[in-house]
Design a protein around this ligand. Structure first.
Ligand code: CA
Length: 226
């Protein structure tokens, strides 16, 4: 496939070694890869090159990945995938709600990375579904407004991914859903051993929506009771 026919990916990463690996993989898949070695140059590249996806290293010299992501979100809705060194960092950055669309833990396989990028692209290009509301007990989950109303009438707006996860559980209420099932439905990719992402997002939802009836099904995954 000719380089660039699938659009541009901006990689913000200070390791040349990783950059070369990522370049090879994406150029093989028909993307043009622009590599920026630090946050400042990365922000310029996102502004100037109109990429379809940004791959953003968390640990960068100068402005760190968290701040770069915040600054990108100030002017762009481009999907951002964070590259993190440790699983534990995912917890931290999900908690900060910096607006990243997905997270990949290093070391990652090229195959996994391409699959994640394609999944993010598919999601960002999907037509929105017809708005409707699902009621779970006294909770109301509104897909048009992407809001959740608590039994006491308080209105919450979870992050995009948290909402999609809650919607999927609510839409399948009564069913015990496995982590890999949830990953595939909500994140759009096959199981790569990163099912912890699901746990982190469930934890966030429980924290924000105190009393939301998401049950842990031991050895399986999660369920919302009908
Ligand atoms: Ca780094």
């Amino acid at each position: 496939m000719t380089i660039g026919t699938r659009g541009t990916v901006v990689l913000i990463e200070d390791s040349d070694e990783i950059a070369e690996l990522v370049r090879m993989v994406f150029e093989n898949e028909g993307f043009r890869l622009i590599h920026a070695p630090n946050g400042e140059r990365g922000l310029d590249a996102v502004r100037d090159r109109d990429p379809r996806v940004v791959l953003l290293d968390l640990g960068l010299p100068g402005i760190d990945g968290i701040e770069v992501c915040r600054r990108i979100r100030a002017f762009s809705d481009v999907p951002v995938l964070m590259l993190t060194a440790r699983d534990a960092e995912i917890d931290k950055i999900v908690g900060l709600e910096i607006g990243a669309d997905d997270y990949i833990t290093k070391p990652f396989s090229p195959r996994e990375m391409v699959a994640r990028v394609k999944a993010v692209l598919r999601r960002s290009e999907e037509a929105p579904r017809a708005p409707s509301t699902i009621e779970i007990g006294e909770w109301a989950i509104d897909s048009g407004r992407r809001e959740v109303r608590s039994p006491s009438g308080e209105v919450f707006r979870p992050t995009a991914r948290e909402f999609d996860l809650l919607w999927y559980l609510a839409d399948n209420s009564g069913l015990a859903l496995s982590r890999s099932q949830i990953l595939e439905a909500v994140w759009g990719y096959e199981y790569f051993g990163e099912t912890r992402t699901v746990d982190v997002h469930v934890r966030q939802l429980r924290k924000k929506l105190d009393g939301i009836p998401i049950e842990t099904v031991w050895g399986v995954g999660y369920r919302i009771a009908d």
